[in-house]
Write a protein that binds this ligand. Sequence first.
Ligand code: G
Ligand code: MN
Length: 432
Amino acid sequence: MGQSTPTDEPIARDSRTGLADRDTFYRDVSPQVTEANAGREAIVLLVIDIEGIDFVLRTFGPIERDFLINEVGQRLHEATGGDGAAYHITQDRFTLVLRGSTFGQATRYAGALVDALHSSFEVSGVSYHLTCHVGISHCPNHADSVAELVRASVFACHQARTSEASCATFDRAWDERERHRFRLMLDLGEALERNNEIDLAYQPVVALETGCCTGLEALCRWQHPEQGPVPPGDFMPFVEQTPLMMPLTEATVDRALDNLATWRAKGFGGTVAINISPVLFRRSDFLERLFEHARFANVGLDSLHFEITETGIMDQPNRAAHVLGQLRDQGCSISVDDFGTGHSSLAYLADLPVDTIKIDKVFVQNMDRPWGAAVVGAAATLGSKLGLETVAEGIEHESDLHTCGEFGVTYAQGFHLARPMNRDAVEQWLEL
Ligand code: G
Ligand code: MN
């Protein structure tokens, strides 16, 4: 008695919840992690992320927010029945530490916590529902430090949110995938600065009636110095979420226009098509920068074609219509890419400033089935009624050309006609 050891120190309480605070959490859990690492008592960390607290702060104010947090803390405390130690570590985040627990017990606790927070809260006389996600991780299985254990459980919360589940256990493979993507994005930033790893492949588009090539679609290829070729599907969806989308598009436009200028000088009369991500429509300088790049190239803007996915257009139809209209005013032509796979309002298509519909390959490759034939036929008819041209993508057999011709499709693209090719191979293919 009288001798003060760390565990005798007064526990810092969060004045809003009555639960122990973040400093106490780290102080308590550090020795438990050391024990677990030494092969003694394992621990499980549950992180509970609450959504909706900030809404209460901005709608009702800080007093109501604190009242709500206090209620949440009380429910968590009651739900654990004193078996685990609950802490309040940030405004929207609580933790529960379970000692010697198995995953099965942890999952049951997580379920109990979710249930406890499920029923509504009274805030200023209003009945209010919160959403929560619980992430679970284990020491020593998933982490060997408190910081790493917190990271693992927070990551598991993200897994739960992404998969629309209320709770999830840390998944190392998922974590590795996200880290890999993150490293790829860092590498892509450097690759764009070095300007020697991103190359373009070109895939011809051919007029069905004449068999002549009227355009080339530029497709990005990334030759990673260590990993070799990275398929576009492995990096494009993630680039869209970063500021790298604009420099990547600018590099593509520069390269494509530079190549096209050479081919035009040798007698090629077609266009070059660039796939544009609709996230760029939100940049106020998008068009200005694009036109600036085109001015430096030795070809007119009417030789530039842009492809935008149906989903990309329909996610922000007014903005898309505005940007596409400006591109068209400058002489560029536009395709709706992957037509048929998105949620398209057909009425909207009639007013959209576009020239061409690219019918998605999933339908073209299933024209021997009633649904494939129905979509290709309907898209061709729709195009012709609206005064739009149609391209059938993914042509892999001679017979597809014939069927598309019968439907009245105007252009075709696919491995049967030509695979995406590098610059030299395209020149040979075009016989320039
Ligand atoms: O969505 P978008 O049209 O931009 O997709 C182009 C992609 O389709 C490219 O990666 C290209 O390699 C691929 N592709 C082009 N032609 C064919 C084809 O005939 N069959 C298949 N399976 N893929 C193709
Ligand atoms: Mn495309």
